[in-house]
Write a protein that binds this ligand. Sequence first.
Ligand code: G6P
Length: 469
Amino acid sequence: MVLVAMPRSGETQLAVVSNRGPVSFAFDPEGNLHAKRASGGMVAVLGPGVIEHDALWLSTALSDADRAATGTGEVVVEGYRLRTLTIDPPLFRQYYDVIANQTLWFLLHGMWDLPRRPRFDRYWWEAWRAFVTVNRLFAEAAAAELAPGATVLINDYQLALVGAELRRLRPDVRSSIFIHTPFCHPSELDVLPGEVADTLLTGLGGTGACGFHSHRWAAAFEACCRERRLAVPEVFVSPAAADAAGVAEVAASAGCQAELRLLDEVIGDRRFIVRADRIELSKNLLRGFHAFDDLLASQPEWRGRVIFGAFVYPSRESLADYLGYRQELEAVVRAINAKWATKDWTPILLDLADNYPRSVAALRRYDVLVVNPIRDGLNLVAKEGPLVNERNGVLVLSPGAGAWDELSCYAVEAHPFDVAGTAEALATALSMPSDERATRAQSLKKMASARTPMDWFADQLGRARQPES
Ligand code: G6P
């Protein structure tokens, strides 16, 4: 790992701003710093464009190791020019845990648990002020980096207010913001106090253009603006593309090959259903397992003949909702396995390791890929899977995923709440004739490789404008 300090404040022509950066750092037992690819789809899809355009990536330092590695100014790591913002931990928790994760994420995914939450108490309002402050700090940091007339590409809802603040500080700068989640409907937005909803919408609209993965999310955003009688800003739709070359490289690696051999030993000649997700409430993991249970109950011929591999890894465990969800899913898997397992067959293989080569091995090996989110901005797995799969695997896809817009013609539909229907979809996929599997798999591969992350990056760049004042 090479870290080169290169102070270039005020000279940057192109910057990308996001909460999470592309690389996370950790100390080894000897105290040396190691860099690792950060988790999540957003950094995977932004990475190639950032490197190609030699853009500066401004993000937060999320750990002591991040602060040690990048706290001194601009550094170059694994081809990225990085600069991080160090935010006081209590302030960061209010901005990230309370507002970004517990409020905005639930809002945008339409996942309020209304009888209980949200609750805008004094503690929440303090956190909202912290959110405004952190967004302002980001805008100030970007303003200090950017050359006159430079371009900044803001990414995701955590930084929803950066655009409007930056417009005030640097009206010469061209900007866009890309939202990687869905966007909520006006009735869901109504749950926010009016002044907060307006600050959110005008914050987003303070950029030159707002981008979304799906027309549905863009339309919902525009409807929210109209409903609150705010000007509807410039909007664009550009579904992100999987990094075909990057995922192919992992698929061809010795590590992935070794994982595939291990999987082969476990699966043998059985069919293999796979899912690969972060453990997030929107991914609908529980209903996926219940659907598999329903399949085994209703179609006994599949007992002993199929394994469901869930390659899912924990996220945001500082939040009780996420921790509880993980515990619940482990309990559900235990119960289903206890109900159906025989001495030589365990129906669900639950793997909680964040092991990317292993997940890619599972994607190479699936007969059926399950992507059944309640709502998801895009879902890159739905594209990565078909790109590397070697068995003409069938995609079972929920219309709740943004990727549905592009892939629905070649997928088997699974309504996210219809457990019995999802079980039927699994059965359809498992017993699909081989010629139909091949035709669908080829079409999916073609669709998934029609665009590259560079095309997606170029759309953001092309739509960045000086915002209207
Ligand atoms: C989810 C959302 C993304 C978001 C990401 C942030 O996956 O769909 O839009 O960027 O979470 O994850 P993080 O772990 O950085 O909070």
